[in-house]
Write a protein that binds this ligand. Sequence first.
Ligand code: SAH
Length: 462
Amino acid sequence: MTKQKKKAPVSIGDQIELQIVGLNHQGEGVGRFHSFTIFVPDTVPNDQVIARVISLQKNYARALPEKILKPSPFRIAPFCQHYGACGGCQLQHLAYQQQLQFKQNLVADTLKRIAQIEIPVHPTIGMANPWQYRNKAQVPVGVEAGIVQAGFYEKRSHKIVNLASCPIQHSANDETVKVVRQILQEMGISIYSEANHTGFVRQIMTRTSFATGDILLVLVTNGRRFPQADNFVQHAREKIKNLTGIVQNINTKRGNTILGPEEVTLWGNHYITEKIGLLQFKVSSRSFFQVNPLQTEKLYAKTKEYAALTGQETVFDLYCGIGTIALYLAAQAAKVIGVEIVEAAVKDARENAKLNHINNAEFHTGAAEAVVPKLLQQGYRADVVVVDPPRKGCDKTLLKTITIMQPKRIVYVSCNPATLARDLKYLNENGYKALEAQPVDMFPQTSHVECVIEIQKVQSSK
Ligand code: SAH
């Protein structure tokens, strides 16, 4: 059967007038022109705009706004001076309440469109103050006319723009980046050139604990030999209040991966200690940790509620990072078992269990899709499974293994509604039923969407 091809009602270069009616998953405005979908960046729902078509695909076109004829009541002035040039935030020009609404709608629409799943999606849990929430900054370093730059890549280029300040960062991260940039300049430490793959310092990374104020500084370098290390440490310690550790991470590979496999602690601790609820967590430079500690607590509280533990259960925490969810649930479970692919994170997880006097937790290193089938073979069974995969979602082998293991509940923590929908479709077709969804705003001002899903085993009638 061949589908009748409809001709697009626009051509490249056309100037069109349209009303923005929604946002796509990247936070770009969506309008319709004679029923044809047009994406218009930098617009918000209810804007009336004139836009020029710049590209055309089979089912949609992209157009750049040329004039806002009538601004939406939801449009606000972006707070940050770098907004637009820096790719970090996408929604600063949209009122916060509408950002939350957008995230709720996106989860509901994506589940319906990709998986034909219609479940209650609750209003997004937002922040009272949706700024200065990030505990980690990671910025590339470069040189422009002899002056060290540290900030962000200009859109669609690798030119580094100096960051005056980043309003979604904890102010200590902001300050640390500026001070380190100045020290690098004053000491004349060589700076990496991406084009030539020469020079020494590539990136500055900082992690600040919201609980203690401690700061970890990581200098990513293109090589191990660092003759000025002692001097650098001395300057950094003098100038950065609350600094508790400096780590040199060595990354000699070309490309966009930020951290390399080898590290040297130049001074102090190689981790910070953060608190979630009543628990403490050591977080080292290479381990994943949620970037928004305040919202993490809300996310985990929802996860706990959906896990509905009685104290008798064995709980799997898959993609467990430094073991935070497993340890958060341990007091209500008979046993918790975490699986994580990054070895340094598993090491942190084991230490975190000790730090919190938790004795019913064990952690396994490896890909969940490889480890869980082995655990099943060895006779392990889970009553409740929590998964919290990266953006690409769960591996099919893992989902299959979970359905064979038949836990009574699954809690899916997702940072990408599209892969979530794909995975829920599989679970829904294999003996499970998604009951409800709770979006939590972990990344205010950006188009990133996090949510938790409650999933139950369907009682078989046999
Ligand atoms: N649940 C944790 C971490 C979630 S982030 C928390 O709330 O902090 C996802 C984690 O999955 C990361 O730590 C990443 O290293 C890990 N990961 C990625 N692919 C994996 C895989 N195939 N198997 C197991 N872990 C994986």
